[in-house]
Design a protein around this ligand. Structure first.
Ligand code: FAD
Length: 509
């Protein structure tokens, strides 16, 4: 073993959780190596150019999707025809709908400030609204509330704003206790479920932040922690202007920028390096064994190894005998949340101009009576109106996500029902919509959220970032302890993990 292969820290996986911890550690002068199995950084925060899909072909595209827990469940026309006719050229497709929470002003901004900013990143914000029974109600943002919501709440004497204000009245112990309380239980106790318009608006925001359809399973504590600690300080700095938004040029621009910053701190990223095994000696990690396309076995040494691999798959790279049986079964048993994620190329916009700039939510595209755990919700954007670089001139990119459970995402019949239903649903909202569709891709992923923010798993109940069983083993990513929604959660966990390794408090709560 030469010294070139010896590092202070090895991070397995260049997802946003892996890159966050790696960058903070490299910034302190640690010698850090990131090993990534695919040919690019970002993990699930992945983007494709349409030309790349056409040039590299359907098999390559499907293989790339599979590395990130996603498959192509349908398309119109079929993918081969789309590629032959170069229908995707000029589009940039994220791995499904990939908005960033509060347009990046949540934990993403906390992290960026810790590493001295990411100047080359631009984000395009979007206002959000709920579509319910033919009406569009704008989301609360900052102190601004849709006047119809305000009037309705006043006339019915319902404390609608409690959802947004209660987090600031609670201390952290009280918020932690609420992790096990469902949104439904919390709302009923405060009389918020009494009016269906008001409750639908609250519930649709809660699903946006948790990606869970069923309000009996959404952890209200996890949302409150995010409101208080990720959003609250930015509200007082006047930075919260949007419910969501998109990273300009596609979501992968963000991990790419972080990777460049990591390398500027002296860190090394090796792509196409799949870790086969984490080495252990005498109760402590000592390094990893790696395979590449050219070399059957390579070894790298480090006394600290951070796994960014979704935690349920930890035991593919480390022998389960090092851990108590209960720990193994609890870790493998954590469930994520999946999603049906369609894209459509549109040849014109059939909705009012204002609507094309919004993210729009609806609580029921298909009712639970069709075989789902709960009514299936949707959030859609005309992403290319928000960021025109994502579609060719004169065309538009529609992206959406419809959360479904992991189990539902693996059920072909249920997925087929959603694929059939969506164009009809959009036609009901905007007559003429179906005729505006040039092409449609139907992706399904079974790990949009690595660990669902449910009452049995959210926040402090998640896998700790430091392994209690092996010295030097750490975890980061959306399956490890971290808060808030998806990418933000993965970033938060990376920062918490770096703090744990360095013995520093970076202030993530
Ligand atoms: C379709 C879809 C839509 C989404 N939409 C949104 C959204 O709108 N907003 C949002 O905030 N989030 C969204 N997310 C979730 C978000 O992308 C994830 O929460 C986040 O990117 C997870 O980051 P991570 O670091 O935890 O893990 P990952 O991104 O899973 O990173 C793990 C990395 O480890 C690598 N790896 C695995 N095994 C090995 C090995 N043995 N050796 C080397 N490398 C390995 C993987 O290739 C990967 O790069 C979406 C996800 C999907 C799938």
């Amino acid at each position: 073993m030469n010294d070139m292969n010896r590092y202070d820290v090895i991070v397995i996986g260049a997802g946003v959780g892996g890159l966050s911890v790696a960058t903070l550690l490299a910034q302190t002068g640690r010698r850090v190596l990131v090993l990534e199995q695919t040919d690019r950084v970002g993990g699930r925060a992945l983007s494709f150019r349409g030309e790349e899909i056409a040039d590299r072909g359907p098999a390559w595209y499907k293989d790339m999707l599979a590395t990130q827990y996603t498959c192509l469940a349908g398309s119109e026309p079929d993918l081969e025809t789309m590629i032959r006719n170069r229908l995707l050229d000029g589009y940039t497709l994220d791995l499904g709908y990939h908005a960033v929470s509060v347009n990046g002003a949540g934990y993403m901004l906390d992290f960026e400030e810790l590493i001295g900013g990411l100047d080359e990143i631009t984000r395009h914000g979007a206002a959000y609204a709920t579509y319910y029974r033919g009406e569009f109600y704008q989301d609360v943002i900052g102190g601004t509330i849709d006047p119809r919501i305000k009037a309705l709440a006043k006339s019915k004497n319902i404390h609608f704003q409690l959802f947004y204000t209660e987090p600031y009245m609670l201390n952290d112990e009280e918020i932690t206790a609420l992790e096990r309380v469902s949104l439904q239980e919390w709302g009923e106790a405060r009389g918020l479920t009494a009016d269906d318009v008001l409750w639908t608006c609250i519930r649709s925001v809660a699903t946006l932040f948790s990606t869970i359809n069923n309000p009996n399973d959404i952890s209200v504590g996890d949302i409150f922690r995010y409101f208080k600690h990720a959003i609250g300080p930015k509200l007082s700095r006047g930075l919260i202007r949007y419910t969501g938004g998109f990273v300009a040029g596609g979501t992968m621009a963000w991990p790419r920028a972080v990777a460049r910053r990591f390398e500027s701190f002296g860190g090394q990223v090796r792509l196409g390096h799949r870790v086969k095994e984490i080495r252990v000696d005498n109760g402590a990690v000592t390094g990893v064994r790696v395979v590449t396309a050219e070399v059957e076995e390579l070894e790298f040494q480090a006394g600290v190894v951070v796994s960014n691999i979704p935690a349920q798959q930890t035991f593919r790279v480390i022998d389960r005998r090092y851990f108590p049986e209960r720990w193994v079964s609890d870790t493998e048993g954590m469930y994520g949340y999946g999603s049906y994620v369609p894209y459509m190329g549109l040849n014109r916009l059939v909705m009012p101009e204002e609507h094309s700039r919004w993210g729009i939510k609806n609580d029921c595209v298909l009712p639970r009576s069709e075989g789902f755990d709960w009514d299936v919700y949707i959030c859609w954007n005309i992403q290319s109106v928000t960021d025109p670089s994502l579609a060719p001139e004169g065309k538009y990119l529609y992206t959406a996500y419809l959360p479904i459970t992991e189990k539902e995402s693996l059920n072909k019949e249920l997925v087929a029902k959603l694929i059939r239903r969506l164009p009809d649903f959009m036609e009901e909202v905007y007559p003429g919509f179906k005729a505006s569709i040039d092409w449609k891709l139907d992706l399904v992923c079974w790990k949009l959220e690595g660990v669902a923010k449910s009452i049995s798993q959210a926040g402090t109940q998640k896998l700790p970032v430091r392994s209690p069983h092996l010295k030097g083993l750490f975890f980061s990513g959306d399956t490890a302890k971290g808060y808030g929604v998806a990418m933000d959660c993965a970033i938060a966990s990376g920062v918490i993990c770096a703090g744990e390794i360095l013995g520093r408090d970076f202030g993530i709560r």
